[in-house]
Design a protein around this ligand. Structure first.
Ligand code: GDP
Ligand code: IMO
Ligand code: MG
Length: 426
């Protein structure tokens, strides 16, 4: 069998967790391939809500093996706390596997993240301050420390000392902070984290390929989203990894031919947390409606998410860079009460029309959206279970999105619950 990828098509928080959980019902393995605990994926099952940051969203099914791939940056303390939270709520984490090649987020990464942001002042990116950027930077500088290093005390201490030689100079001389004591960090991580994580540390590439070879179905769960991608997003207002579907190849150790399905998750409107361009951003009561009705505050940092209309130009780009095979539209129910629903179909900048995303970001900053207005349906969709029950206006809206993006809509979310979904696939 082949792998399926779930990928965010906007700026995150589209509902990837919910759809990963849903699709995972038919999967044998769910793999996180990038990002870290900057992610916040909320699943609602039988009225119970689970907010996950690192553990793959398949964990709620006993038959699924959840795997954290090599492309993820892992804060061991956060991972252990999340495992404890799950266990205390009756969810077993025994089968969780953690790639030995994943890199660690250590306390100094978090400190550097906050310091960089403070240093940038009004130009700050609005990161989650989880240490994501500095941990990936160390990986690229080849001074990162990997999960497998936790299994070898000598190596761990050596690598930590080497990494801190440079980092301590930056902390003390550039930021006027106290140096980090390598032995103190090593004692804590080797003493408390290593023994608990050891049984979960594994050759994740081997596990994924054994599963594929045996005919299992493997789901790759993206965190963040296409427009937060380090290469394809609105740089520098991005995260430091590759959420796009191709990131599943490098972040989990599979080849492009191992993937046969890519599900793009798109919210029926758009939100963004943190700074950066946002052509369809709303500053009016419709924006407030999205934020208040759908409680658009970060799962992770509690920040108010910036709201805006659905943007088909973004989705066309997401369709290209991820080779989307289908779209899952989430939160259709949040549009229920709107009389008119707008969809951005193109941009205008300097008298020119753009049907595709302008490659020059200065253009994106100046772009004004060209909207098509569609009539709303004025009916509560949260209890709809069949496509045939959808009001005509809602069907027309979905058909319009399909036609604009050129990708079929196969699933539609009408509420946060696992079963509040309409499946259109043949
Ligand atoms: P993720 O980061 O992409 O996994 O998304 P988040 O979990 O951060 O944010 C999505 C939020 O919307 C969560 O609270 C979900 O429970 C909720 N949600 C997901 N799908 C739907 C839907 O179709 N309708 C409504 N009303 N809420 C949804
Ligand atoms: P999920 O998986 C929304 C944003 C941050 C900031 C930028 C860089 O829940 O969709 P970072 O801490 O990654 O260096 O921050 O990326 N960001 C997210 N926004 N959802 C997320 O994850 C995000 N993860 C990071 O707000 O703008
Ligand atoms: Mg989220």
């Amino acid at each position: 069998m082949a792998a399926t990828v779930v990928v965010g098509t906007q700026w995150g928080d589209e509902g990837k967790g919910k759809f990963t959980d849903l699709v995972a019902g038919q999967m044998s393995m769910v793999v996180r391939y990038q990002g870290g605990h900057n992610a916040g994926h909320t699943l609602v099952v039988d009225g119970e809500s689970f907010a996950l940051q690192l553990v793959p969203s398949g964990v709620l099914y006993p038959h699924v093996t959840p795997v954290i791939g090599n492309g993820v940056v892992v804060d061991p303390r956060v991972l252990l706390a999340e495992m404890d939270m799950l266990e205390s709520r009756g969810v077993s984490t025994e089968k969780l596997r953690l790639s030995g090649n994943a890199h660690l987020i250590l306390p100094y990464h978090q400190e550097l993240d906050a310091l960089h942001e403070r240093h940038l002042g009004k130009n700050k990116l609005g990161t989650t301050k989880r240490g994501i950027g500095p941990a990936y930077a160390d990986r690229s500088m080849r001074v990162g420390i990997r999960v497998q290093d936790l299994l070898d005390e000598k190596i761990f201490r050596e690598k930590l000392r080497a990494a801190l030689e440079h980092t301590n100079r930056v902390l003390t001389r550039v930021f006027n902070r106290l140096p980090v004591d390598a032995d103190e960090v090593a004692d804590e991580y080797l003493g408390t984290c290593a023994p608990r994580l050891a049984p979960h540390i594994a050759d994740a590439v081997g596990l994924v390929h054994d599963e594929l070879d045996r005919g299992g179905d493997v789901l790759m769960e993206g965190a963040q989203a296409t427009f937060l991608d380090l290469d394809h997003g609105t740089y520098p207002f991005v995260t430091s990894s590759n959420p796009v579907a191709g990131g599943a190849c490098t972040g989990a150790g599979i080849g492009p031919r191992d993937i046969d399905r890519v599900i793009g998750i798109a919210k029926a409107y758009v939100t963004r947390v943190g700074a950066g361009p946002f052509p369809t951003e709303l500053f009016d009561e419709v924006g407030d409606h999205f934020v208040e009705v759908s409680h658009e505050y970060g799962t992770n940092t509690g920040r108010r998410r910036r709201p805006g209309w659905l943007d088909a130009v973004m989705l066309r780009y997401a369709a290209r860079v991820n080779s989307l095979s289908e779209l899952a539209i989430t939160k259709l129910d949040i549009l229920d009460q709107l009389e008119t629903i707008r969809v951005c179909v193109a941009y205008e900048a300097d008298g020119e029309r753009y049907d595709q995303l302008p490659y020059h970001q200065s253009v994106l900053h100046r772009a004004t959206p060209v909207y098509e207005d569609l009539p709303g349906w004025g009916v509560d969709l949260s209890d709809v279970t069949e496509r045939s029950q959808l009001p005509r206006e809602a069907e027309d809206y979905l058909a319009f999105v399909e036609q604009q993006v050129g990708v079929p809509v196969d699933m539609v979310g009408v509420g946060p619950g696992r079963h509040q979904v309409l499946r259109f696939a043949a």
